[in-house]
Write a protein that binds this ligand. Structure first.
Ligand code: T46
Length: 137
């Protein structure tokens, strides 16, 4: 099993519609420093292909559907994000690839650090080497 968490968000639904609030630490376990969203992804165009050294992030398919392949350098898993009341928490030293974006997919990402290119591991062989030291199964 790859270390990750699926967080189910509480929906506030009434006659007018639905609302989901994400507040630290009640609904989400990370303090948000940055928010970004990915959309208009071309058909059959995967993204990601990297790990982070320190960053924690929560991925939410606000609209549509997207699959995320995660690996800790030993095991891998594919998680389907297809509902805006569910978030995937991924921590450090987890390789991620996002693929099969539906046309209407909007992937919202909450991150606990500012953008820092030096936090990325973009080379897969380097990730496997560092990941095996980090996770030591
Ligand atoms: C991740 C997955 C889920 C910025 O300027 N600021 C930012 O906060 C981010 C995230 C990106 N950028 C720039 C850097 C690149 O020129 O936006 C461009 C696309 O970024 P990237 O190729 O890293 O995008 P993805 O979709 O491959 O990966 C992103 C995040 O970078 C990454 O942290 O975990 O989404």
């Amino acid at each position: 099993m790859v270390k990750k968490e699926i967080i189910n968000f509480k929906e506030h639904t009434d006659g007018r519609g639905s609302l989901i609030a994400l507040e630290y630490p009640k609904q989400i376990p990370i303090e948000i420093k940055r928010i970004y969203y990915i959309y208009n992804v071309k058909k059959d165009t995967p993204r990601g292909f990297h790990s982070h050294k320190d960053l924690n992030q929560i991925l939410i398919a606000i609209s549509g559907c997207v699959k995320v392949k995660i690996s800790d350098s030993y095991d891998e898993e594919i998680i389907t994000l297809d509902s805006n009341d569910k978030g995937l928490l991924i921590g450090p030293m987890i390789w991620r690839e996002m693929f099969d974006f539906s046309e209407d997919a909007v992937l919202l990402v909450l991150a606990d650090h500012e953008y820092d290119e030096s936090d990325y591991i973009r080379d897969y062989d380097e990730f496997i080497q560092l990941g095996r030291e980090y996770w030591k199964k």
